[in-house]
Design a protein around this ligand. Structure first.
Ligand SMILES: [Zn+2]
Length: 211
């Protein structure tokens, strides 16, 4: 899988890299994003630490905002996981409350009075600061939802199986309470170690990315 993963990293290296905040005019309406993190290396460059996409039509930009900008952990599993690792690293008991999903009215009625919301806001701000300081990403356009999900899954499997892409000793993910994150070296818990791309899938991907 390492050769395929290396090609994925090469293809990604040819794409424009974005930071925060990003220029919306350069982000397609539909597509897949690859996330890189400072200090994490593989294949002679920064390694991919997360791959993601969106389901709804034209939702790539809103999805990127949910992950990287909007301060609401319950709308982004990525934010939730960064927060979990930061809290766990500091042995912060607030982790227990960070786990609660406050999206539904029922959950709000049940938990809201228990939670120190000012403190939660502080953690949300820390998560945003960490993301904006440490991550960058590239994107490529994929218009069909079915194709997006297929490619996302193949990419995640290929990168998770790669023996050259390993987390550094100081990677924040090592402090995650989620074993899958520690083990994979990726900010992901789903679609790991499934069917990786073969060389013909990679050629297909290359044509798609290069247009
Ligand atoms: Zn790799």
């Amino acid at each position: 899988m390492s050769a395929e993963c290396e090609t994925i990293h090469k293809l990604a290296g040819e794409l424009e890299r974005h930071g925060f905040a990003f220029d919306e005019s350069k982000i397609p309406l539909n597509g897949i994003y690859l996330l890189f993190q400072k200090g994490e290396e593989g294949h002679q460059g920064e390694r991919i630490v997360r791959i993601g996409t969106h389901t709804g039509d034209n939702q790539l930009q809103p999805r990127l905002k949910q992950h990287f900008l909007n301060q609401n952990k319950d709308r982004s599993i990525f934010r939730k996981n960064i927060g979990r690792a930061l809290l766990n690293q500091g042995n912060d008991p607030f982790l227990e409350h960070w786990e609660l999903d406050l999206t539904t009215r029922k959950a709000k009625e049940k938990y809201l009075s228990l939670i120190d919301l000012d403190y939660q806001k502080t953690i949300e701000a820390k998560v945003s600061e960490f993301i904006q300081t440490n991550f960058s990403f590239c994107v490529f356009e994929v218009n069909s939802k079915e194709q997006r999900l297929q490619i996302e899954s193949g990419l995640i499997s290929t990168v998770s199986w790669c023996e050259e892409c390993k987390s550094s000793k100081t990677w924040l993910g090592n402090a995650s309470p989620k074993n899958k994150i520690i083990k994979s070296g990726l900010w992901l818990v789903n679609m790991l170690y499934k069917m990786p791309f073969n060389s013909s899938d990679i050629e297909h991907l290359s044509r798609l990315i290069k247009g």
